[in-house]
Design a protein around this ligand. Structure first.
Ligand code: AQP
Length: 332
């Protein structure tokens, strides 16, 4: 059976983009793959995290997985920092990856911004740790949103260079799994920016913890243009905010965008937004409620994370033994 690895950073403000682009897809994949789902706390600290918030947000990511329907008996749910293989393999990959490759990573450029000299070394090396996350388990498929495509290409480059340099076939070439109608959910305030946890405006995103009133308010305030919805999908071109809301509706309703337009062609946003609110409350609301219920029992979440860490460590152990042998580390 092929193996899946994916992760979400416990940086707070988990949102609809994280759900539609990644977490929701994790659930169905459990039928066909052995799945490993991680709260990537070591990635989170590449930018400053308050320690108490980090602990709580790590449990929140695990709770979001469970609430969305990940089954902790079938799949592995754990926190990255609790399995040492991630850090160990990341160091080896730091010595395989080339500076030139990392210099091209758009996420680093976006997150470091103008003050590049002040960014952490960890933020720069982020894609190398991500490659280690996946390859410590020889995972072959990685469900992610579109924004992670470039990092996965780098994972393939690292695997290939490692295999070539050491003349082995240790690592598989991973395949991204990017699917659904909302692989890149955009900010509700600006259709040119992706919905993101770190956007200073809470109105830019719908979060797992939003109730009906907040969802309604955020969608009411969501930026749109003045035209009614078009008849055909091509009519959404050049209308990023409209395309975003139609995409969110399609993903939540399990339809394609054209099917949504067949229902709402000619409608004004004053009609479409309340319909989208009802749908979001119906589909996303119960997941947030279940996440909050799970968060009220941190001991239960911790027990799942502990068991997951043990299972993950057992899968990574033979891979790390093989890698150390290949690299030439002695194992007295
Ligand atoms: N807007 C999005 N649309 C679709 N998928 C998305 N993902 C993130 N944003 C969107 C997917 O969610 C998974 C987890 O993301 P992450 O927490 O590891 O990091 P990120 O991509 O950096 O997420 P954010 O929310 O944008 O956080 P900040 O603001 O810290 O940068 C990934 O599979 C990602 O593709």
């Amino acid at each position: 059976m092929s193996r899946i690895f994916s992760g979400v950073q416990p940086t707070g403000n988990l949102h609809l983009g994280n759900y539609l682009g990644a977490i929701r897809n994790f659930v169905g994949l459990q039928d066909d793959y052995e799945c490993i789902y991680c709260a990537v706390d070591m990635h989170a600290i590449t930018v400053w995290q308050d320690p108490a918030d980090l602990r709580s947000n790590t449990r929140e990511v695990a709770a979001a997985y469970l609430a969305a329907g990940v089954d902790s008996k079938r799949s592995i749910i754990f926190a990255q920092s609790t399995v040492a293989a991630h850090a160990e393999l990341a160091w080896i990959f730091n010595c395989v990856a080339r500076l030139g490759w990392l210099n091209r990573m758009t996420q680093f450029k976006e997150k470091a911004g103008k003050n590049r000299e002040n960014a952490s070394l960890g933020l720069y090396a982020y894609p190398s740790l991500m490659a280690a996350d996946i390859l410590a388990y020889k995972a072959t498929h990685v469900p992610v949103g579109e924004d992670q495509k470039q990092h996965l290409e780098l994972t393939r480059d690292i695997a290939q260079k490692f295999n070539n340099d050491y003349e082995t076939e240790t690592f598989p070439l991973v395949e991204p799994l990017i699917f659904g109608e909302a692989t890149r959910v955009m900010s509700l305030r600006d259709g040119s920016k992706k919905m993101s946890k770190s956007d200073p405006s809470d109105y830019s995103r719908i979060t797992f913890t939003d109730d009906r009133d907040s969802i309604a308010k955020k969608l009411r305030k969501a930026r749109t243009d003045a035209d009614p919805l078009p008849e055909k999908e091509e009519g959404l071109e050049g209308r990023p905010e409209a395309a975003n809301l139609v995409g969110i509706y399609a993903a939540l309703a399990d339809l394609n965008k054209q099917a949504v337009l067949d229902e709402f062609a000619g409608a004004a946003f004053s009609t479409f937004k309340p319909a989208l609110t009802d749908l979001a409350v119906e589909k996303f609301g119960p997941i947030g409620e279940e996440m909050k219920r799970l968060m009220a029992d941190p001991a239960h979440v911790d027990a799942i994370l502990k068991e997951g860490a043990e299972r993950a460590a057992a899968l990574a152990a033979p891979v790390m033994a093989e890698v150390k042998e290949v690299v030439g580390f002695i194992r007295p």
